[in-house]
Write a protein that binds this ligand. Structure first.
Ligand code: COA
Length: 190
């Protein structure tokens, strides 16, 4: 992974942003970003009430410090507008697997930032020698699935009724789509 400081990028709508490694001092801003995306109530599994931002900021700081994984930030106008993380399993028989999570702030979506973050995370994963990068996504998150498939992720399976979500009208169960990218099979995707 060669992104050591910041790389200037241009979004498809002409706005400028920078791709750079996350720093521990980003933890609070990233917790705020995740909280805002969680409040949208559609994309992320954990409901807002389940997470306290101070403890999430602490956890994110630990993840950023953890040299076994990677966390990259999309910065624009001095704000963190996107993040991708890969955390690597610690189990002796699964430490070849990384788990990818990503989010881009509302207002900065669909201008290429998510795809660029996934591409950079894949570059890191290949360099790190990971054999598999896995993720989970709600099956109706068509935009995220499009980004993942374009990047060469394949569908591994569907875990039906994996989550019980409390909604206004009561409870509902939601499925989870599992996807993965295998660097050594990596001709597919960009
Ligand atoms: C999912 C997410 C990370 C994608 O990042 P992004 O910056 O918006 O994505 P990009 O602009 O790089 O690419 C979006 C692609 O999806 C396509 N797309 C958008 N809506 C779509 C839809 N309903 N169906 C299919 N494709 C769609 C766009 O056309 C574009 O494809 P293209 O590059 O071939 O033109 C971002 O939208 C996000 O953070 N969403 C909310 C949180 C989230 O869903 N996180 C992932 C949880 S698993």
């Amino acid at each position: 992974m060669t992104i050591t400081s910041g790389e200037a990028r241009t979004a498809s709508d002409g706005r400028r942003w920078t791709l750079r490694p996350a720093r521990p001092t980003d933890a609070r801003a990233l917790a705020d970003l995740f909280a805002a995306v969680r409040r949208e109530g559609r994309w992320l599994i954990t409901p807002p009430a389940a997470v306290s931002e101070p403890s999430e900021a602490f956890f994110i700081g630990e993840m950023i410090r953890d040299a076994s994984g990677v966390s990259l930030v999309a910065e624009a106008d001095g704000e963190a507008v996107g993040n991708v993380m890969i955390s690597v399993d610690r189990n002796l028989v699964t430490d070849h697997v990384g788990t990818l999570s990503i989010c881009v702030a509302d207002g900065w979506r669909e201008v290429g930032i998510g795809s660029a973050l996934v591409a950079a995370a894949k570059t890191w994963a290949g360099g790190r020698g990971l054999v598999k990068v896995a993720l989970a996504v709600f099956p109706d998150n068509e935009r995220a699935i499009a980004v993942y498939e374009h990047a060469g992720f394949v569908r591994e399976g569907l875990r039906r009724r994996q989550y019980r979500i409390r909604a206004a009208g009561g409870e509902e169960y939601r499925d989870e789509l599992l996807m993965a990218w295998f660097p050594d099979e990596a001709d597919a995707g960009s």
